[in-house]
Write a new protein. Structure first.
Length: 339
């Protein structure tokens, strides 16, 4: 049977998601992980009706120029700083992301990084594996900083930030947050979190977690000046996007002993990590794996699949993609998206 639509999947995906796509569309799925050049991306997108892509695939007006076929782009991420949404909307392409399914997993991981950085798990494990635990350990060796009873600051209080906040109750922490818009009181109560301005957040937090989306406006939202305003001995965790932090300034602050430690899952120029950060024992580094639990990555793949099929108008939810970013495209096509 000839299938009406062609779909490109830019990176290897779970077989069950691919199988579901294949029931409805002609599937072109990449078998190996790679970074596509702008030209390759342009070419692949020109020949299909929809695509599932990853964060390293950057789609902008140039990628879309002359493409009159593409109808749906489903990003395998909640963040979509790799997509020029205005350009997609102008081109009539529906863009979708994978919100919510990764909130709890990513919040768990923020705590993994915070605990590991504050209690020096990475450095201590490297020391032990290197065979350096050979005699009695000093009573004042490997001293970390406590989390319990301290103040947790959250910059960016969306759904992941709220999930990070809820976990703080187990550590008896005071939770402060800063967001451009203050959350409704009922949500603040659920998270046991208080809104403060950014200066107070920096000044009062013992531990600061970044969970805000990356936009050109918040590039280096944590730079040398902000680091200087943070408490001496505090810990910074970034699970959002690397461009939020001035990495050279962070390395300098850690090296000078102002910040005690940092936990980083994201970097400005992935997969490159700033050499000054690599050189510091007090930084816990991981390769952008905040959402990487088996269940959550499967759920993200299924959600991207739902978005593609529904966006193309096939399958059980035809015309009602669950998580559109620019639903006005659907309205313009005469199909109503979910509010
Ligand atoms: C990535 C993320 O999608 O959802 C996001 O915004 O940054 C991650 O969940 C994931 O690392 C897949 O590349």
């Amino acid at each position: 049977m000839t299938k009406r639509y062609k779909v490109w999947v830019s990176r290897p995906l779970f077989p069950e998601a691919l199988a579901r796509l294949e029931q409805h569309v002609e599937l072109h799925a990449e078998a190996i992980e790679r970074v596509h050049s702008p030209e390759q991306l342009r070419e692949r997108l020109a020949g299909v009706d929809a695509a599932i892509i990853g964060l390293s695939d950057r789609v902008d007006a140039a990628t879309l120029a002359g493409n009159h076929r593409l109808r749906v782009i489903a990003n395998l991420a909640v963040g979509y700083n790799n997509l020029d949404i205005d350009a997609l909307t102008r081109a009539g392409v529906l863009a979708c992301n994978t919100p919510d399914v990764l909130n709890e997993t990513t919040a768990d991981y923020a705590w993994a990084l915070l605990l590991a950085a504050a209690r020096r798990v990475g450095a201590a494990e490297r020391w032990l594996r290197a065979g350096q635990w050979t005699g009695a350990m000093r009573f004042d060796d490997w001293l970390g900083v406590d989390l319990h009873g301290k103040t947790l600051g959250i910059l960016g209080m969306g759904r992941i930030g709220q999930a990070v906040a809820r976990r703080a109750a187990g550590f008896d922490m005071r939770v402060l947050y800063h967001n451009r818009t203050r959350l409704p009181e009922v949500v603040e109560r659920q998270c046991a979190a208080c809104w403060v301005d950014k200066a107070a957040l920096l000044r009062e937090s013992d531990h600061l977690v970044l969970v805000l989306p990356y936009t050109p406006q918040n590039h280096h939202v944590i730079g040398a000046a902000e680091l200087a305003q943070m408490k001496r001995g505090s810990v910074l965790v970034n699970i959002a996007r690397g461009g939020l932090v001035d990495e050279a300034a962070l390395a300098a602050s850690l090296a000078a002993g102002h910040l005690a430690a940092a936990g980083l899952d994201v970097y400005e120029d992935e997969p490159v990590v700033h050499p000054a950060l690599l050189a510091l024992e007090q930084v816990v580094l991981s390769p952008h794996l905040g959402s990487a639990s088996a269940d959550t990555r499967r759920n993200m793949a299924q959600l991207a699949t739902d978005n593609v099929l529904a966006g193309l108008g096939v399958g059980p939810d035809a015309g009602r993609p669950p998580t559109p970013i620019n639903p006005q495209v659907l309205a313009a096509r005469g199909v109503l998206g979910k509010a």
